[in-house]
Design a protein. Structure first.
Length: 279
């Protein structure tokens, strides 16, 4: 696989942009959740299965939000272009409560004028430079950015969780944002697609696997202590929950998609987006 992305990428709307060219047929590869929303453009036939092994239709132009891990199979010549967005954008695009959007790959054609989407899809196919890809998307989709970027209450809470690497309790969240447990739960079901507790655990887990990726020999005991896990059993439960495998299996099985994703910066500031919304 050939990955194209810019480590210094900045944009007022998108957090990241990646192009993947499949040079050989690939076996199923696992993709975990990072807590973001994605616009994706797929060229060629992809086969996806959810965390329960059920087949998932893959639209050529799609948008997805947070969910469980899934697997993807691709063939030589396939292309996957992905643009990363803040979590709450999915709700603004679809209008569907985010909890009902878990593990759903929405067809972007249901939310964007085909007169814009079809030529965008064709123009993107042969673009390899990240800046060119984003300029092309801006050309066609910029009229939607204002609508999709309407700030929601969950955005500040999610950003706070990222800033604290998921090492927070629900009580700390409710105190910080002066709300009840029930209010926070309702907010996350509507706008995030996971419970506050699950999202906290997800963010922490994503920091953990990046630690392992950067230092495969790090003792598990160090990770347990650093990331406030109760014990080894608690640690392993998160691996099963978010990757469907043990930490030993993860270490012993190379996954180029996951490795490449983990090499990119996980948390990108929302400051530019917020400034754009204010202007």
């Amino acid at each position: 696989m050939n990955f194209t992305n810019d480590p210094n990428f900045t944009h007022s709307f998108f957090k990241d942009a990646v192009r993947i060219d499949y040079q050989h047929d690939m076996p199923p590869h696992l993709i975990n959740d990072y807590g973001y929303t994605y616009l994706m453009f797929c060229y060629g036939d992809f086969i996806a299965q959810d965390h329960k092994g059920n087949a998932i239709p893959v639209p050529k132009k799609l948008v997805k939000g947070t969910g469980d891990y899934f697997t993807i199979t691709a063939h030589a010549g396939n292309i996957w272009i992905t643009l990363e967005l803040p979590n709450y954008i999915l709700y603004n695009i679809t209008g569907v409560p985010a909890v009902k959007s878990r593990n759903v790959l929405y067809n972007l054609e249901d939310y964007v004028d085909k007169a814009l989407l079809d030529p965008l899809y064709e123009d993107l196919r042969d673009l390899h430079d990240t800046n060119d890809i984003v300029k092309c998307v801006d050309k066609y989709l910029k009229p939607y950015y204002s609508q999709w970027s309407q700030p929601l209450k969950s955005a500040a809470v999610v950003e706070y969780i990222y800033e604290n690497k998921g090492m927070l309790s629900i009580d700390e969240l409710t105190e910080e944002f002066a709300c009840s447990d029930r209010t926070l739960e309702r907010l996350f079901k509507k706008e995030v697609g996971a419970s506050p507790y699950r999202f906290i655990c997800l963010v922490r887990f994503n920091y953990v696997i990046r630690e392992i990726e950067n230092n495969p020999d790090i003792p598990i005991s160090d990770l347990i202590a650093t990331y406030n896990y109760y014990d080894h059993s608690h640690f392993e439960k998160d691996f099963k929950k978010f990757l469907g495998q043990s930490v030993t299996h993860y270490k012993n099985h190379f996954n180029p998609l996951l490795t490449q994703a983990l090499a990119r910066k996980y948390v990108k500031s929302n400051e530019d987006v917020i400034e754009t919304l204010k202007s």
